[in-house]
Design a protein around this ligand. Structure first.
Ligand SMILES: [Zn+2]
Length: 133
């Protein structure tokens, strides 16, 4: 689909940047083009006359309000913290303290991890102290 005026400019019938009513020559050119099967966005033949058509404005999408319960993922809704502790702290025998907010064995956060026993991750050797905080 092309705009009629662009087509006419291409054919050298209308000057680029021109506005206003189309000349009879331009209208005749459009009429012949339409009869030959050229389709224009903005002009068409109505009752044998070249007529400017209303080009519909692009449809704007409206933001639709939804209830917040619809927006929440069902998984998140069903998730309740298993414990009120949010971190594990491990101190090794050298006194190096490591704090994690997830359980390395299952990858869940400390609060949501359902493992019955929480242990220090295996990469920490010589655990001196392990606590949930
Ligand atoms: Zn776990």
């Amino acid at each position: 689909m092309t705009k009629a005026r662009e087509y006419l400019i291409e054919k050298g019938i209308v000057e680029a940047g021109s506005r206003g009513r189309l000349s009879l020559e331009a209208q005749l050119t459009l009429k012949l083009a339409i009869l030959e099967g050229v389709r224009f966005d903005d002009y068409n033949l109505v009752d044998g006359k070249v007529t400017k058509m209303d080009v519909p404005a692009p449809v704007k999408l409206k933001a639709v309000k939804t209830k917040s319960s619809v927006m929440q993922a069902p998984v998140a809704m069903g998730r309740k913290p298993v414990r009120d502790k949010t971190q594990m702290r491990i101190v090794d025998k050298q006194g190096i303290s490591t704090t994690l907010d997830y359980h390395p064995d299952c990858g869940q956060s400390i609060q949501f991890c359902r493992c019955t026993s929480l242990n220090a991750p295996s990469w920490i050797i010589d655990v001196e102290k392990f606590e949930l905080i």
